[in-house]
Design a protein. Structure first.
Length: 705
């Protein structure tokens, strides 16, 4: 039950293969009064909200099941079930591919010989060999299609698997009939090849959705672990899921906050990089909010839990990701849209051809049925099915050799439409590592590095790396968490830290990351900068040259963001954005009709990466961002962004050519088959040639420089 007095139910959906299935479920349920249904294609999940009695949910689910889909509770082992389903598809594909390859050995002999030259007995024996290989293959490898089609037909519905199943079974039955009657033309090769190609496409699609589905699960895994809870003066550890409001938690140095809380006893330094991308620890005063995902970078502190882990900011980020993901659920691939209308039309034409020759022209039912089967074979959508996958596979391999991993099956299609590129700052345009801006005198750098060596603060590490010589021997070293380090050197007090810690007053603050070195003879300001990637400016310039709009979004402070934007040559930028505002900015660009490529890293970018039309992440990004992004690139260079865009445009050019080849083939082949000028043997050869033509055209991708 929700706070608004409504009921909410989430279920796993089985038997759903495309966005068209999701739209069918949503359309049927949303037609009911007081019902709101959303289907997440990637996660195969139905979210159902309704008004009225709780038991009404049973009726709504029963109504959805009439469409031919199965619904079940979200189980904890669902990820394991998904993996098992993926393995099942892989096994079916392997069996179909193995069988198709072996049948081709016999088919080649049948294709290039006649009954007279081979002999009727030998020809019949070859047909039986093909049958012995193909029929068990159809029974085993056809199960993903048969089960789905049977489930739909039992409820008086149809889906994409119904015509596929009819074609496979009819082709198999006619092949067996031809073999039993010593006919000349059996086409077991076409049946097994069709199964292999369809299963390959379905397996690749399942793999791509699996990567995207893991994004939200990986974010939630960051909140796993236990927290030290103070209960009546005693310390005990509780799992993150058991944390409740008003519990007191002791957060040690380096520990991650597991639930949104309030800081109690003393100021704290929190590393917020996972949430905002901020490179420096954030100072939080007592009474301030400490969010789940932050890491304690200072001394141990006590927190009072405000929200349970399930209601934390990280959980909100997961909800944002799911919302963004559902925004893309209506995206239907071009191949799916064509196939949705193409396949039923093909079977209507085949039936019409049978009725024409048998009913109107008086032909015997056997040859008339053979003509109908020929229509099904010659219009077998192998070329159409290959048009997209074969180009995507070659393009993915091409990018992989250049250090890029493509994770979404439709990434190229979306990437090619890009007209706006949005970069995150920290860890994307920059390396994410602070560097001391120089030059400094040797005595200043040596003293500062000697103090900094006593601390693990990010700025202290940057100071230490700036000095390669020997360190001074300090005495009475004391570190104040988040403020600085005090020591004595040669009996003289020295300090390295913040303005307040070093007693610096009255000097203007330009907002740049800084620390101060103070002693009786020193009063030095040490300024830091986030290192820009070496080719960031060149990449931005190339993108602008192509006519793309380039922007930068950052969770960092405005002065730091402005400096990086200026160095990279980006005129449009926004600073101080939290994850929700970043995603809202991307959404506004989409509403303006922009096709946005988001390039970012970190948990704070995950919702934006999913909300964008397409997304990329550097391999150094957090694992969750890599899972959320469509393409992950390796190395310290930003050049892969421009390279991927160039590859995507060429990829879509080849896809359009392949579709044209497949459609042109059918425009000429179908009329010839209906007219009875094509035999099943010629139809099988023609179908294979159309697939080869599409494949050879796709191989041109390897010539891309």
């Amino acid at each position: 039950a929700t706070d608004q007095g409504r009921n909410r139910l989430q279920l796993a959906v089985e038997g759903m293969h495309c966005a068209g299935c999701a739209m069918k479920i949503e359309r049927a349920l949303n037609a009911q009064s007081g019902v709101e249904a959303r289907v997440n294609v990637t996660r195969r999940q139905l979210t159902l909200v309704w008004e009225g009695a709780r038991m009404r949910g049973n009726e709504l689910v029963a109504e959805a099941q009439k469409l031919g889909f199965r619904f079940s509770p979200l189980a904890e082992n669902r990820q394991g079930q998904e993996a098992e389903d993926e393995k099942f598809l892989l096994r079916c594909m392997a069996v179909a591919g193995f069988s198709a390859g072996n049948i081709m050995v016999f088919s080649l002999a049948l294709w290039f010989s006649s009954a007279d030259s081979m002999g009727g007995g030998t020809r019949g024996l070859f047909h039986w060999f093909c049958a012995l290989i193909a029929l068990p293959t159809v029974v085993y490898a056809g199960r993903p299609f048969f089960r789905s089609a049977l489930s739909a037909l039992r409820r008086g519905r149809t889906n994409m698997d119904v015509p596929i199943s009819v074609g496979v079974l009819l082709a198999s039955a006619m092949s067996v009939y031809e073999t039993l009657t010593h006919g000349a033309h059996a086409y077991f090769d076409s049946v097994t090849m069709l199964l292999f190609l369809l299963l390959a496409g379905r397996y690749l699609d399942r793999r791509a959705r699996g990567h995207a589905r893991a994004a939200a699960e990986n974010i939630l895994s960051l909140n796993s672990g236990t927290a030290a809870v103070i209960d009546n003066g005693r310390l005990r550890r509780l799992p993150a899921g058991d944390l409740r409001p008003d519990m007191i938690v002791l957060l040690a140095t380096g520990d991650r906050v597991l639930a949104d809380s309030i800081l109690l006893d003393a100021p704290a330094q929190m590393d917020t990089a996972a949430l905002t991308g901020e490179t420096l620890p954030q100072s939080i005063r007592p009474g301030g909010a400490v969010l789940a995902g932050m890491v304690n970078a200072g001394a141990p502190v006590q927190l009072r839990v405000e929200k349970a882990a399930a209601d934390s900011l990280q959980a909100d980020i997961v909800k944002l990701m799911e919302k963004a993901e559902q925004g893309n659920a209506g995206y239907v691939r071009l191949a799916d849209r064509i196939a949705r209308y193409y396949t039923p039309v093909v079977h209507v034409v085949a039936l019409a051809a049978f009725l024409l020759w048998w009913g109107s022209l008086g032909m015997a039912w056997q040859p008339a049925l053979m003509i109908a089967v020929t229509v099904l074979i010659i219009t077998c959508p192998c070329a159409l099915g290959l048009a997209v996958p074969v180009v995507q596979v070659l393009a993915s391999q091409w990018l992989f050799r250049r250090g890029m991993l493509v994770k979404a099956a439709d990434a190229f299609e979306r990437l090619a439409k890009t007209d706006t590129v949005v970069f995150d700052k920290t860890g994307t345009l920059t390396t994410g590592e602070m560097r001391l801006r120089g030059p400094l005198r040797d005595d200043v750098c040596q003293l500062a590095a000697s103090l900094a060596a006593q601390s693990g603060h990010p700025l202290a590490r940057a100071v230490s790396l700036a000095w390669t010589g020997s360190l001074l021997r300090l005495e009475d070293v004391v570190e104040t968490g988040g403020a600085g380090i005090a020591a004595t050197y040669g009996g003289v007090p020295v300090r390295l830290g913040s303005r307040a810690f070093c007693g610096i007053e009255g000097l203007p603050d330009d907002g740049q990351p800084e620390t101060w070195l103070v002693s009786p003879v020193h009063r030095e300001r040490l300024v830091f900068e986030d290192t820009l990637r070496a080719d960031a400016a060149a990449t931005v310039a190339e993108l602008k040259k192509r006519g793309l709009r380039v922007l930068m979004l950052s969770g960092d402070r405005a002065p730091a963001a402005a400096a990086v934007a200026a160095q990279a040559g980006i005129g449009e930028w926004q600073a101080g954005l939290d994850p929700k505002r970043k995603m809202e900015f991307i959404a506004r660009l989409a509403q303006e009709g922009r096709h946005v490529l988001m390039v970012g890293d970190g948990i704070n970018d995950a919702p934006s990466l999913l909300r964008a039309h397409c997304s990329m992440s550097p391999s150094a990004a957090m694992q969750v961002a890599q899972n959320a992004a469509d393409i992950v690139f390796q190395g310290a260079s930003l050049a892969p962004v421009a390279t991927a865009l160039r590859a995507a445009v060429f990829c879509q050019k080849l896809v359009r050519q392949n579709f044209a080849l497949a459609i042109l083939y059918n425009v000429f082949a179908v009329p010839l088959a209906v007219a009875g000028y094509v035999t099943p043997l010629v139809a099988a050869v023609a179908m294979s040639c159309s697939s080869l033509a599409v494949t050879f055209n796709a191989l041109r991708f390897n010539r891309l420089k």
